[in-house]
Structures are given as structure tokens and as C-alpha cells.
Design a protein around this ligand. Structure first.
Ligand code: FES
Length: 184
């Protein structure tokens, strides 16, 4: 018995050592490949985030105090900015859109300034006290209701909140040319 073990051990030990050496070599060899793959693909696989300045619930702070909006006064256009991160770059405080704001007895009302017809910018007409889209001569009442059937829906309202007297908006863009309000 002891003779068999003496003759059988060396080949088994040799195989085990070769196996271990191969395993270690494989791991060491794969390390640069995994590292390079992670470097190249990581940013691509990372989810894009274009709302970094928000509070985690989609609201973004606006550069306006609530009491700067007079009750039932004319609407004010405010630019919406936010930090944006894509696969490779960080873009601090970029313009992501703009909103019309009004203060009513029900609170702060906000509308996306993009026309829900074909995406032109909706103005405010002081002379008519309404919102006006010059592209197809369409107008909207101050509560955003369309006044003709050219736009497929009324202006896109947005949620607002006030934090420490500052106005925040849950900003979204919506698909134009359709009746439904579908975020893009
Ligand atoms: S784009 Fe505004 S009415 Fe056509």
C-alpha cells in the first residue's frame, strides 16, 4: 500500500500545482481585461441622470420667490436649470426648459412654455391677457385652456411646491401633436 502511495502522489501533486498555477495565471490575466472593460463600458451602462439639482422627487428649484408673484397678476416666464450627467460628462446648471408661472388663490400655477401643438414657444400677450402661440395663431386662457382646436390639448400644466418661499416645479416635457399628455 505504502509503495502505491509513494508512486501515485507525485503525478497528482504535479497536476494540482499546474491547476493552481493555471487558475492564478487566468485570474491575473483577466484582471486588465475586466478593468479595461469596466472603464469603457461603465459610463455607457450607467443610467443617465438629467435631474441632479432636483430634490429626489422630480421637483427642481426655480430662481424665483413665491412672493415675487403677485396674486392674480400677469404670468412670469422662468428658466428651468438643472445639473445634467450623461455617459461621459457632467454639465452643471444647464437650461432644460422654461415655465410660465402665476400665483392664484389655489397656489402657484405652472405651464411648460412649449406649445402642445408642434413645439413652438408660447408667449404671453399683455394686450389680450392670454397665452399666444405665434406659429399657428393659437391662444390659451390664463388657466392654460386652449381657445381653438389647432393645438390637440391645452397647455401642459406642471406641479409646483414652495419650500422656504422658493418656488419648485416638477418639470417635464411632453410629446407634441397628440391629445394625451405623454412625457418624453
Ligand atoms: S405650434 Fe403652437 S399652435 Fe402650432
Amino acid at each position: 500500500m505504502s509503495n502505491e502511495r509513494e508512486h501515485g502522489d507525485p503525478p497528482r501533486r504535479g497536476f494540482f500545482l499546474k491547476f493552481c498555477a493555471g487558475l492564478v495565471g487566468g485570474i491575473v490575466g483577466l484582471f486588465p481585461v475586466i478593468t479595461a472593460g469596466g472603464f469603457l463600458l461603465g459610463p455607457i451602462l450607467k443610467k443617465s441622470d438629467d435631474g441632479d439639482a432636483d430634490s429626489g422627487d422630480g421637483f427642481m428649484p426655480l430662481d424665483i420667490k413665491a412672493d415675487a408673484l403677485p396674486l392674480d397678476g400677469p404670468p412670469q416666464q422662468v428658466t428651468v436649470v438643472a445639473d445634467r450627467v450623461d455617459a461621459w460628462n457632467f454639465y452643471p446648471q444647464e437650461r432644460v426648459g422654461s415655465v410660465w408661472l402665476r400665483r392664484t388663490a389655489d397656489g402657484i400655477v405652472a405651464f411648460n412654455t412649449i406649445c402642445p401643438h408642434l413645439g413652438c414657444s408660447v408667449d404671453y400677450r399683455t394686450s389680450h391677457e392670454d397665452f399666444y402661440c405665434p406659429c399657428h395663431l393659437s391662444n390659451f386662457s390664463l388657466d392654460g385652456e386652449r381657445q381653438n382646436m389647432i393645438p390637440p390639448r391645452s397647455m401642459d400644466s406642471l406641479e409646483t411646491k414652495i419650500v422656504d418661499d422658493r418656488v419648485w416645479v416638477k418639470f417635464e416635457n411632453y410629446r407634441g401633436g397628440i391629445e394625451e399628455k405623454v412625457p418624453v
